[in-house]
Design a protein around this ligand. Structure first.
Ligand SMILES: Nc1nc2c(ncn2[C@@H]2O[C@H](COP(=O)(O)OP(=O)(O)OP(=O)(O)O)[C@@H](O)[C@H]2O)c(=O)[nH]1
Ligand SMILES: [Mg+2]
Length: 231
């Protein structure tokens, strides 16, 4: 890939006014063209805070993590000049957005198609991931290894993918199956995937998914169902 690729960032955000500004500001600006915050009916000031920090905000009325990401992709697809790489990162400041160069470099330097930031092999702050989340990740990645012979250690939200490969993958999941869908479909298409270790800390603000019983049950169920559905 060319040494100065166009990189756009997609950040799904729902009620993240306390963290979203920090996330946007910590992204190294010289590396990216556009930071797209995908807001889902947030009832707080997520929208204004993200814009103030320099992001482009798109609104997705249909709830769900995947729906928000799809809206961001739709916005990027409407640009006159398409990007070379898309980076996904969460809006709760659990990821360390300053690590963006580490996450994209394998694509730029080594002809890699997709890079997953692994929290499991990285520097994981105590309490940043719930035990059920760690177990769910282990189970999901073990099933992917068993059925698709691809070795991942995490379904981490901080990831980068070549734009053309993301189009080939044809993402569809509207909610919690988003991350696993991308990895399973990448395996099915035999994309060149690597992981890099990333840091992960406790989120700012209120948990939407794995810190809640409802979120854990729905996400766990959806992730496993997605792995089998795509077989
Ligand atoms: N746009 C949008 N974003 C969402 C939705 N649900 C979650 N998010 C965002 O997706 C990211 C991940 O959600 P989190 O609540 O951090 O879920 P998690 O990382 O599994 O668990 P915790 O960090 O422990 O709460 C955050 O940036 C959320 O704001 C949604 O329905 N719509
Ligand atoms: Mg989180």
């Amino acid at each position: 890939m060319k040494s100065k690729p166009i990189i756009d960032v997609i950040i799904p955000a729902y009620n993240e006014e306390e963290s979203i500004g920090k996330v946007v500001r910590d992204i190294p600006t010289e590396w990216v063209r556009d930071i797209v915050v995908c807001n889902n009916n947030s009832k707080d000031n997520t929208r204004a805070v993200a814009e103030e920090a320099g992001a482009t905000v798109v609104d997705q009325p249909q709830p769900g993590y995947g729906s928000a990401c799809l809206k961001g992709m739709e916005f990027i697809a409407s640009k006159e000049v398409l990007p070379d790489i898309i980076v996904f990162v969460d809006g709760d400041y659990s990821d360390h957005p300053e690590q963006l160069p580490d996450v994209v470099k394998p694509i730029i330097e080594d002809a890699v198609d997709m890079v997953i930031g692994s929290r499991v092999s990285g520097d994981l702050e105590k309490g940043a991931m719930m035990p059920q989340q760690i177990f769910g990740n282990w189970l999901a990645t073990s099933l992917i290894k068993f059925f698709y012979s691809y070795e991942f250690t995490d379904l981490g939200p901080f990831r980068a993918i070549r734009y053309d490969k993301l189009m080939d993958i044809n993402m569809e999941d509207p909610d919690f199956g988003w991350t696993v869908e991308m990895q399973v479909k990448a395996a099915k298409l035999k994309l060149n995937c690597v992981e890099v270790p990333v840091k992960y800390r406790k989120r700012i603000g209120v948990s939407k998914v794995s810190g809640t019983i409802r979120g854990t049950v729905l996400a766990g169920h959806k992730i496993l169902w997605t792995i089998f559905k795509l077989l």
